[in-house]
Design a protein around this ligand. Structure first.
Ligand SMILES: NC(=O)c1ccc[n+]([C@@H]2O[C@H](COP(=O)([O-])OP(=O)(O)OC[C@H]3O[C@@H](n4cnc5c(N)ncnc54)[C@H](OP(=O)(O)O)[C@@H]3O)[C@@H](O)[C@H]2O)c1
Length: 345
């Protein structure tokens, strides 16, 4: 569905795609595809910020930001440019996240206010607790870095963080609140004890890491899954790779569908994510990639047979393992993910 001549006067092309939205449990409507803004080591804040403008020209309205990405001031300047060019604030969906070093009393609110200032906004559409741990690490550290102050999940502490999320919601500074990198046992406790329910959970989802049980748990509890690394993060830095990792870009089932449809395998991953019912936030700075990712969320020629074939290639391949967050040096990253259904201490 190509919408010609959007009513904005951004200098390059005034052509874009009208992105479908999903209605969340609180009635808010989130575009099914958003642009990820984590440039990692590869793309500077300026490059990501330029891509935000390009993305908006193409029709993106949803941008997935976070204070830890280190580029909210630059992304914010681009959002100002986009709005000055005629895109209405109410048509944008801007997400940000509180980083792990700001879980303390009052700090969540301070962090949100800082993100609002950096992004040049007076409210966020969505604010997430980035990780359920207060553990952090220096930027660019190696995967075997261990912070001696790291802690396991402590539910009371998480609820103190969540209470500040609820306060931000009451203050009107954020319209929707949600979680990220949660597990079923942790989410059960949050749902039991919260006043305002999370409306979304941002989680790793790609064809080799489908997280079906967690995904279904979220859907059953009216929590919309937002999938990160939808393409399997093919450009992540070497320090975030392990020899066991697999890649959708070399997956025969994906390659076969991509060849039949005449699209890049990345595009098949995005089509699958949206057709499955998710919201997806691929990262791209290259205009052709941005355009094809947006189109993939709008025009989805995948057949039920394609969907079944992709459902069959899950390899349980988690890419964002979170090893730098473990609280005892002898633990492996699996301890973060409550694999046997019990929150590990
Ligand atoms: N909540 C969390 O904890 C969390 C964790 C991780 C990520 N995220 C969010 O999720 C977003 C996406 O994750 P990600 O960047 O790691 O992984 P991704 O979206 O799976 O992969 C992005 C990379 O895929 C390539 N690509 C994108 N579109 C393409 C296309 N149409 N054709 C071919 N290649 C394409 C690009 O590589 P090249 O640039 O090399 O061409 C791009 O850098 C992040 O930006 C961030 O906003 C959230």
């Amino acid at each position: 569905m190509i919408v010609t001549q959007m009513k904005i006067s951004l200098k390059l092309k005034n052509v874009g795609y009208a992105v479908p939205r999903r209605t969340l449990s609180n009635g808010a409507r989130i575009p099914v595809v958003g642009m990820g803004t984590f440039g990692s080591d590869k793309y500077s804040p300026e490059t990501v910020a330029a891509a935000v403008v390009e993305a908006a020209k193409l029709g993106y309205r949803h941008f997935d930001c976070a204070s830890v990405y280190g580029n909210e001031p630059q992304v914010g300047a681009s959002l100002q440019q986009v709005m000055a060019a005629g895109v209405r604030r109410e048509d944008l969906w801007i997400t940000s996240k509180v980083w792990n070093d700001m879980h303390g009393e009052g700090e969540v609110i301070a962090s949100c206010k800082q993100s609002l200032q950096d992004l040049g906004l007076d409210y966020l559409d969505l604010y997430l607790v980035h990780w359920p741990f207060p553990n952090f690490h220096p930027k660019g550290c190696s995967v075997d870095f261990h912070n001696p102050n790291a802690k396991p999940y402590i539910h009371d502490a998480y609820m103190r963080t969540w209470a500040q999320m609820e306060e931000l919601h009451r203050m009107g500074l954020v319209r929707t609140i949600g979680t990220s990198n949660m597990t079923i046992p942790k989410m059960r406790l949050l749902l039991r004890d919260c006043s305002v329910k999370p409306a979304v959970n941002e989680m790793e989802i790609h064809p080799h890491f489908q997280q079906a049980e967690l995904y279904d748990y979220m859907v059953d509890n009216a929590i919309q899954p937002i999938g990160f690394c939808p393409i399997g993060s093919p450009s992540r830095p070497a320090r975030d790779r392990t020899p066991q990792d697999t890649s959708e870009m070399e997956e025969p089932v994906i390659l076969k569908i991509a060849a039949r449809l005449g699209v890049h395998p990345a595009v098949v991953c995005i089509m699958w994510a949206v057709k499955r019912g998710g919201v997806t936030i691929p990262f791209a700075v290259k205009p052709d990639q941005l355009a094809s990712n947006l189109k993939a969320a709008v025009e989805i020629p995948l057949t039920p047979e394609d969907m079944r074939a992709i459902a069959g290639i899950d390899k349980g391949c988690r890419l964002v393992k979170g090893q730098v967050f473990v609280w005892r040096e002898e633990l492996s990253w699996e301890a973060l993910w409550d694999l046997d259904g019990v929150i590990r201490q």
